[in-house]
Design a protein around this ligand. Structure first.
Ligand SMILES: [Ca+2]
Ligand SMILES: [Ca+2]
Length: 996
């Protein structure tokens, strides 16, 4: 850095010296003999002077000052990059045609060369420019005076350094591409807040998260809102933590789907426009009472057996034994909830020989009514519809059953590369090397999940795994296993796990990969090998298709082919769901030939398999499962595993089938058998100090970093290998929290490392940076056309044209003198004529009063101390140091640590140390980390309006207050400029990602 800086300055001086050399005289206007150009070091001996002066100054400055201050907050020592006391080489100048005796004074950081016609050209050094953004200006000699062409400048302004990209957050561009940051910010462009938020906040479900370094916007996806009704919320980084800007929120909740029209009668909006109705209501919005289609209300007096869904109910009617219809009957009668009418009409009636009464009973999901003959009445037992049904039929009694299939969640599996269990409980097996649609949304086509066996499956079942492709929201995601572990592809690009996209989350729990398709409420769990579990909520009821079948409570339709044909042939069904791509068609017919031979012959392998599987599936450890899921459905799959097993111990081959059995039971709510594994049966081997647990530790596996945890509460029970209590996971091993390294901007730091951060220091303790909490100083600025930023960061514009207290304390004051931005200042700021004609005001001088000393900083860096002009810098008076800190800025350092930066034109910055908290008033506000009281007046009232506040801080009562009619923002009074202003200003405000 030091070398670079020295070199840089030398290069600039060399450029200046080169310009000094007279050039070829043959060309036209600009080449008077002798042609000379003047550089800044005019009064310094060319060789030795440049070397000694510049080098020495820069050295000290860079080491202790500029660099040190930028990084660690030290104060800049005196450096003099330029010599503004110009002594022109008169002897070489030829009197110009306008009557000027001397050449014009060259600008700071620039040169001048002249033609014989009395026209001179001022050129800025590279990486410098004039205040109007040009790098050249022309100067004419008129009536013995030099005038800057097409301007009101009465002398050449200095060239200022250019920082590109520009300094942010009130950083001062004090040398080319060198920003001097205030205490609160750091980075090359002062773009980093000093206590940055190291990770982005977790994104809620069904939301899109957009983050900059200091703010995040969280917008619900279309058709979703936050529970409190908004569709968008913001978070900001406050002292390293993400905090919602909405004061009513502590965290940002998940976005909930909306239903339009809304669900009625207590129905819950389950997913976009899907209502989940209470038991007594039907209809897409739960708007109808279930009684609307109660056949009993029609007065029908016989047996009926109804089934239906949210939209309609269809009943088959019959007459109890000993009675008959009074007119011909239809096979079934259907009632739409929207009309409440059974059709066809009319319904017949039963004609009874004897008198019957009816009894009504309620069951879990169905209703059953019995007609009992009065004399034969007996108490029936609530054991479900079937028992009652049999009893009443056998006893020649009447019945009513209403069997309504209300939406329910479901769980589908595939495992061992050949077994499948549908949502509705069908289990079947086949082998295929082709890709198949495991499950898809057959109604809205929102997703499609395709599975393929990896090439190893054919010859090496040990390393067989599935390749999963998910088509969702116009994107393709792929999951597959490689030697290095599971990889996740977003399109063609490898993406990390965990990751989160709108409506899509992926994470790992132990060795399981979890994929959440939040938008359609589908969860996919993969053990990284062949076990895949697909969990669908009620919102996918009647919508799914593929090898998982249609989730509708009807197992009989689960083997329907893609074109809807009923079949019992697994190979026909499976081949219909082959997922062929345009460029690859798989022509193999799925093989559903069972691996076992005849089961009936006692010596056969099939017989052995049956015995083994019945035994293991009926083991007492699974006893609690039997009531929810019959083990019998997995018998054939287990036999298949046994007969194709190449391991010495057949139990090794049926572990996945047992795992599926337990997971299905767990999905149905049986949690008591989650810890089914033991050292003899299907143990999980753990490495890296991990131990087997049936559920992840609360909140998921802790890791060293504050990892992006995309698992929500209730989604985190997964068996596997986890770090024991008191340890955390780091690169595959369990270590104590104290051993964790810390990360900062992509780099690891070992425990106990210390890094400086602004005026504080941070130490790596247990994987977290712990920073000292020294409060830091702050910077107030008054820039050009009147933009003010207070110490507490409040921005305001004020057009007053008097002198005002920028800072007033009990021990010193800093005053700013504002004038109309006309003439030189206006031009310096490159203001359009339309503006400079009236409204804006600019700082013209800054005056610091302390300990009886009065230091006035004026235009062109002229300085007066107690009314006396000074010509040389640095100066020291009553412990107040005044020095040139760069080619542009003068800084005044007060003994109490306050420093004032002035650019000699219109920009003033005031750095206030933390020791002055609570002590300041004036246009720079009350420095107390509270913006709300920044408009404090001398009378200790807090004003609401800028003008009322600022007018009260003027020094001279006689100076006119800003009239009320200037209250409006210039963009409001000049609407034609608004769009272009916003375009340019947006660049300054553009947020940059600190992790990019
Ligand atoms: Ca089904
Ligand atoms: Ca304040």
């Amino acid at each position: 850095m030091r070398q670079f800086f020295t070199l840089f300055i030398l290069v600039n001086c060399v450029i200046g010296v080169l310009n000094y050399v007279p050039v070829d005289t043959e060309a036209e206007e600009f080449l008077p003999p002798p042609r000379v150009s003047y550089n800044l070091g005019g009064n310094v001996g060319v060789k030795g002077g440049v070397k000694g002066g510049v080098k020495g100054g820069v050295k000290g400055g860079v080491k202790g000052g500029v660099k040190g201050r930028v990084q660690a907050g030290a104060k800049p020592p005196p450096i003099r990059l330029t010599n503004l006391g110009y002594t022109p080489p008169y002897s070489t100048f030829i009197t110009s045609s306008g009557g000027c005796q001397n050449p014009p004074t060259p600008p700071g950081n620039g040169t001048v060369d002249c033609s014989r016609l009395g026209i001179c050209r001022a050129t800025c050094f590279p990486n410098y420019e004039f205040p109007n953004g040009n790098s050249q200006l022309f100067v004419n000699c008129m009536n013995g005076r030099w005038e800057v062409q097409s301007s009101e400048w009465n002398r050449l302004p200095n060239c200022g350094p250019v920082c590109s990209p520009p300094c942010q957050n009130d950083g001062i561009c004090f040398a080319p591409n060198q920003c001097f940051c205030s205490d609160k910010f750091s980075g090359p462009q002062c773009q980093y807040e000093n206590k940055p938020c190291l990770n982005y906040p977790p994104g809620p479900k069904n939301a899109r998260r957009t983050c900059g370094p200091n703010t995040c916007t969280i917008a619900c996806l279309d058709g979703h809102i936050f529970p409190h009704g908004n569709g968008i919320e913001r978070m900001e980084c406050k002292d390293g933590n993400w905090v919602p800007t909405n004061p009513q929120l502590v965290t940002i909740p998940d976005c909930k789907p909306t239903c339009n029209p809304p669900c009625e009668n207590g129905g819950i909006c389950l997913s976009l426009n899907v209502c989940h109705c209470p038991e007594k209501f039907r209809g897409l919005q739960c708007q109808y009472s279930v009684d609307v289609c109660n056949l009993r209300n029609t007065g029908f007096n016989g047996n009926y057996n109804c089934s239906g869904d949210l939209v309609s109910s269809t009943c088959v009617i019959s007459c109890p034994q000993g009675s008959k219809f009074n007119s011909p009957s239809s096979p079934s009668y259907t009632c739409q909830y929207s009309t409440g009418l059974f059709e066809p009409l009319p319904l017949p009636q039963c004609v009874f020989a004897e008198r019957y009464v009816s009894l009504k009973r309620n069951f879990n999901h169905s209703l059953a009514y019995t007609f009992d003959k009065v004399s034969d009445f007996e108490e029936t037992v609530d054991k479900g519809v079937e028992n009652i049904f049999n009893k009443v039929v056998n006893g020649a009694f009447g019945y009513h059953t209403i069997d309504v299939k209300l939406p329910q969640p479901g769980s589908c599996f595939t495992w061992k590369g050949s077994h499948y269990k549908t949502f509705d409980g069908r289990v079947y097996s086949f082998n295929s090397i082709c890709s198949h649609t495991l499950v898809r949304d057959n109604v809205d086509n929102t997703f499609d999940i395709v599975v393929t066996n990896s090439p190893e499956c054919e010859n090496n079942p040990e390393t067989c795994s599935r390749i999963i492709t998910i088509f969702y929201q116009g994107k393709e995601f792929k999951l597959k296993r490689t030697e290095g572990g599971v990889i996740f592809l977003n399109g063609k690009k490898k993406a990390p796990i965990p990751s989160q996209f709108p409506g899509f989350r992926i994470t790992m729990l132990a060795h399981y990969v979890y994929v959440f398709l939040d938008y359609v409420q589908l969860t996919l769990k993969w053990d990284g090998q062949t076990v895949i579990q697909v969990e669908a909520t009620e919102s996918l009821w009647s919508k799914t298709a593929g090898l998982c079948g249609r989730l509708d409570g009807i197992p009989e339709n689960d083997l329907d082919t893609k074109t809807g044909i009923k079949t019992t042939a697994i190979s026909t069904f499976a081949s219909s769901w082959q997922a062929n791509s345009i460029d690859h068609i798989c022509e193999m017919t799925p093989n559903d030939q069972h691996t076992c031979d005849d089961t009936n012959v006692k010596t056969s392998q099939g017989y052995q398999a049956k015995k083994f599987c019945e035994n293991i599936l009926n083991d007492k450890r699974f006893a609690n499962c039997e009531s929810k899921v019959s083990a019998a459905i997995l018998l054939e799959a287990c036999k298949w595993d046994y007969c194709s097993c190449e391991s010495i111990n057949p139990i090794d081959c049926v572990c996945d089938t047992l795992n599926v059995y337990v997971r299905e039971c767990s999905h149905k709510g049986v949690t008591s058998l989650i810890g089914w594994r033991d050292p003899n049966i299907c143990p999980l081997k753990c490495t890296g100090g991990k131990i087997y647990m049936t559920c992840a530790p609360t909140g998921g596996q802790e890791t060293c970093g504050a990892s992006v945890n995309v698992v929500k509460e209730g989604e985190d029970c997964e068996e596997g290998c986890y770090c024991p209590l008191g340890t955390v996971l780091h690169e595959g091993n369990c270590i104590t929290r104290e051993q964790c390294p810390c990360r900062l901007r992509g780099r690891d730091f070992s425990p106990e490392s210390v890094v400086p951060k602004d005026c504080n220091s941070c130490k790596c303790i247990a994987g977290q940076w712990t920073c000292t909490q020294i409060s830091c100083g702050s910077r107030c600025s008054a820039l050009g056309d009147p933009h003010y930023t207070t110490f507490d960061g409040k921005h305001f514009d004020f057009m007053g044209q008097c002198s005002y207290y920028l800072v007033k304390t009990n021990t010193f004051t800093i005053e700013g003198e504002n004038v109309a931005c006309t003439g030189a200042i206006s031009l310096a700021l490159n203001l359009p004529i339309s503006l400079s004609s009236g409204l804006p005001s600019c700082t013209k001088t800054v005056t610091i009063v302390m300990d009886g000393q009065r230091i006035k900083l004026k235009q062109h860096q002229e300085i007066a101390i107690n009314g006396k002009e000074i010509t040389r810098l640095p100066q020291k008076i009553a412990n107040i140091h005044i020095r040139q800190v760069s080619s542009i800025f003068i800084v005044v350092e007060l003994p109490n640590g306050v420093s004032v930066w002035w650019d000699g034109t219109s920009r003033v910055y005031i750095d206030m140390p933390a020791t002055h908290k609570g002590l300041t008033k004036g246009l720079c506000g009350t420095f107390n980390e509270n913006q709300k009281d920044d408009f404090l007046t001398p009378e200790n009232d807090v004003e609401k309006s800028v003008i009322a506040f600022a007018n009260k801080w003027k020094l001279d009562e006689k100076c006119n207050d800003v009239p009320d009619n200037i209250k409006s923002h210039p963009c409001d009074t000049n609407v034609i400029n608004r769009a272009i202003a916003e375009k340019y200003c947006k660049r300054l405000k553009a947020e940059r990602d600190i992790f990019q």
